[in-house]
Design a protein around this ligand. Sequence first.
Ligand code: GCB
Length: 599
Amino acid sequence: MMSELYPVSNEIRLAQRLDGLWRFRFDPRGEGMAEDWAGRGLPDPISMPVPASFADLFTGAAQRDYCGDFWYETDVFAQEVRPDERYSVRFGSVTHRCRIFLNGELAGEHEGGFLPVTAEVTGLIRPGRNRLTVLANNELNETSIPAGAVRTKPDGTKAAQGYFDFFNYAGIHRSVWLVRTPAEAIADYSVSFRLEEGAAVVSYCVETEGGGDGQISLLLTDREGREAARAGGRQGEMRVPHPHLWQVRNAYLYTLTIRLTKDGKLLDRYDAPVGIRTVAIEDGRIRVNGQPVYLKGFGKHEDSEILGRGFNYAVAKRDYECMKWIGANCFRTSHYPYAEEWYQMADQEGFLIIDEVPGVGLMRSFANFAAAGAGKSNGFFGDCPDVELLGRNHRAAVEEMILRDRNHPSVIAWSIFNEAETTTPAAHDYFAPLFAAARQLDPQKRPVTGVLEKTSSPEKCRCWPLMDFICLNRYYGWYISGGDLEEARRQFEEEMDQWAEKAPNVPFVFTEFGTDTLDSLHKLPSVMWSQEYQQEYMEMNFRVFDRYPFVQGELAWNFADFQTGQGIMRVNGNKKGLFSRNRQPKEAAWAFRRRWAQK
Ligand code: GCB
């Protein structure tokens, strides 16, 4: 596996961003490979911004809803090509799968649309102009995640049917880089922490690539650039006396400078921010640096007008400002790992992240989210067409996510699935190895969890014992007993009483609860979809959460309104946001702001 180090430029390394206006072509008949579009250049291309989803840029439904193969192409100018260096192109993600070509030659391929794709192009790259081509595909099936299906219409066009409640945005959603590293290079590193009386012990491991016997040295400096610790060797410990800890909403980042040298010559260097903190579940509490923390925040989406799922710093900045205003300290990357820049910003802002793989849609039904919310599950693992292949793809996503994100202090837990079928022995057999893999892969041994929908009830769920803390998505007062909050509360408490008996001492976090709410609708007495109803529903939920001391967090669904497929359940998307899609607060946001200031 290629290094997952985020690209940087310094005196040794080059990271050249290739974002901009690329050339693009839909390939509805899948002709591009046979006609060698990678070698000959895209015929009659149109322009396409990178990064962005393609769907919302057009005025036609055919382009918005396009499903199948599509191609991107750009020119990469290399001023020089050094014979003794390695070159690669790195995509933050390409949704959902891709093949990468340089100058017509296949350089790499990747399954999964939410994690980086790195293709080594050493030997293929030439001085001057090079042609970089991407063949992408956004079809959904039941052997990869997120799960779904494709329907072929009578005219031969395809339509994606996700078993999930978000628009099947596709494209090059994150930055693309040309990366140059030395032949003998730092490939990756990891850190983990132990707090002792008056000191922190940082255990580290550095991996190198390209052979050679260069020496590794590490220097940890504080925010003022003063030395905090140093060490030598590929593996070891550093003692930091009187450490400045990374705290929730009060971040402190050191800089770890890793150097690879040989005979006094600097071969490679990589600087990384490091937040010293511990995460553990102890005495039924989620603890950061030993202190219990109540999680307050949201399930989010990478979603905004025009960009779709394309990463944009300004949108992300606005989201963090809104989350700070409302008093949040946490979010879940529902339902897929987000662009790396989200985590870098969370590291700086002191936000906590539950990092989720795209393990969503693993319950077959017409509209999974709706059936799930109402407790109607139709199974999955027992009759999935190739459960082993699905498991391999799922495991690859778990591995790649942990490898990518393990050094972020903001990441406090790994979520292996959202609302999967968990009530059969087949589901347990499917998930047990994925939980084990996550535990084994993470040097920091963070908690591992999964997100349970309504049919994963205390009596029926077979997978909750795999989890270090239990995440529940519950919609009492919306999908269940909608419009009758008193009855909803009664049913909700009935379930919670069962959990209290079933799983004593396990922390619970509500990872979803919410109501679709139109920012234009007011009504007294309240009705579903009105601003007043959202507020009353939230207040009922707060009362239930506060009755059960094992509830250790509340992540409302959703941070903002977001785009979904069309259907009778959705009014131009899911409107459960506490903020509108253009990030203005709904009325209930003030109730959260008041509550979270006290919590
Ligand atoms: C859920 C899903 C989420 C949906 C949400 C809803 O349970 O996890 O993806 O968007 O419900 O609003 O129905």
